[in-house]
Design a protein around this ligand. Structure first.
Ligand code: ADP
Ligand code: MG
Length: 404
């Protein structure tokens, strides 16, 4: 018996926001001033391109992190997370610094501290918050940015900053969240996750140009085409992913130096093989081939989506997976099996998504193939005695906002 596939619950945003508001009231014996939310994301295509000045194409998930919050007059940050019941956070605002607090509090404190820095300090006072989330933690769906971005939305509005109301202000909130994660939580995130959490629109993917930070909304309404985007959380441990990520980044920088460009984005893709001939055949050449070809695939996907030809992007997703597996070498057995089984049981295209070595895969498939594909992947994992995967459907959802 392998049991049935596990589906992450489809969240009812208003009900969850009410629940988090209730938790706040129970813990603090007073109502929260408001509840804010920010979603997780999947990247449709454009992997390991952000730090090469390239293009990526995330969509916001229906699954969000919620923050019920109020200002306090004690100049402290006080926070509880339902997902970290044994690690309550209490820290004086002036004690927040690099690596302080450690752990999950770094994401929350980073958002608050960097907002203070970006807005002339004193306006951002102490804050009391309760956090709860529907974004699976550590699945490559960016629960981390959902946390920092929901917090930055709460902190900004409580400080009287209406930055969430327009595009320029939201871009500033993205920068604040990135700085908080880089400098306080000390994780080297590049901005893709935070932009997805704060700048996506429902029914659209977000085309991000990581060279000039421009963005565009690209239509991605799967249901109109009778399709679904299935997310497969492989639940594979990705133990060495941090080191591998750093190694790939460093190798890309070395290749850029050898090719005399600032970013690999500038490497011409025609004729690519001629340019690549200057690089070491085994180490750098395949990495650059991935980055340059992946950026071209993002452009091709966007052209198809803009032309209303969504069902045709499957082969580009497949090609992206092969490139990440064979050239960039960041896949994992669980990702390869999930992608392969999805494809052979009805998906139009499938690929690993996120940094790799574990995390999640995505498959574009007809709505009526969702059950067959998820069951086949579930069974393939059971046969190999792997931890059971978990599933959700990625409806392109709104970005972060105040809920109540
Ligand atoms: P991902 O972003 O893919 O889910 P990360 O390793 O980048 O995985 O981020 C996971 C970390 O983010 C957790 O270890 C924790 O520190 C923090 N985090 C995310 N969501 C929550 C939450 N709801 N409550 C507390 N911490 C959270
Ligand atoms: Mg993360």
């Amino acid at each position: 018996m392998t049991g049935a596939p596990y589906w992450y619950p489809v969240p009812d945003v208003d009900a969850r926001a009410a629940q988090v508001a209730d938790s706040f009231e129970q813990v603090h014996s007073a109502p929260a001033a408001g509840v804010w939310a920010a979603p997780g994301r999947v990247n449709l295509i454009g992997e390991h391109t952000d730090y090469n000045g390239g293009l990526c194409l995330p969509i916001a998930l229906p699954h969000s992190t919620f923050v019920a919050a109020s200002s306090n007059s004690s100049n402290e940050l006080v926070a509880h997370s339902v997902q970290r019941p044994d690690e309550p956070l209490r820290i004086a605002l002036n004690d927040i610094g690099p690596g302080r607090p450690a752990g999950w509090g770094g994401y929350v404190a980073g958002a608050v501290a960097m907002l203070r820095a970006a807005s002339d300090g004193p306006r951002v006072a102490g804050l009391t918050a309760v956090v709860d989330s529907d974004v699976p933690v550590g699945a490559g769906l960016s629960s981390s940015a959902a946390l920092s971005c929901s917090m930055v939305l709460a902190a900004a509005e409580l400080a009287g900053l209406n930055w969430a109301d327009d595009d320029a202000g939201r871009a500033r909130l993205v920068q604040v969240s990135v700085r908080g994660e880089n400098e306080i939580a000390q994780v080297p995130s590049g901005g893709l996750d935070q932009a997805a959490a704060l700048q996506c629109e429902p029914g659209h993917a977000l085309l991000l140009d990581c060279a000039d930070h421009s963005l565009a909304q690209v239509p991605f309404d799967v249901r109109v085409h009778g399709l679904a985007l299935l997310v497969i959380d492989t639940r594979a441990e990705h133990t060495h992913s941090g080191n591998e990520y750093a190694a790939r980044r460093a190798a890309c920088e070395e290749a850029a130096r050898e090719l005399r460009v600032t970013f690999l984005r500038e490497v011409a893709d025609d004729p690519l093989e001629q340019t690549l001939a200057a690089l070491d055949e085994r180490e750098l050449r395949p990495l650059v081939r991935h980055v340059v070809s992946e950026i071209a695939r993002v452009q091709q996907v966007c052209e198809l989506l803009d032309a209303g030809r969504l069902p045709e992007i499957g082969p580009l997703m497949d090609a992206s997976h092969v490139s990440l597996r064979d050239d960039y070498r960041v896949s994992a057995p669980q990702l390869d099996v999930a992608v392969e089984v999805a494809r052979t049981t009805g998906a139009l295209g499938a690929r690993m998504t996120g940094g790799g070595f574990g995390g999640s895969a995505i498959a574009l498939l007809p709505l009526d193939a969702v059950d067959a594909v998820s069951e086949a992947v579930h069974e393939a994992f059971a046969r190999r005695h792997w931890t059971s995967p978990a599933f959700l459907l990625a409806e392109p959802s709104p970005s972060g906002r105040r809920i109540r």
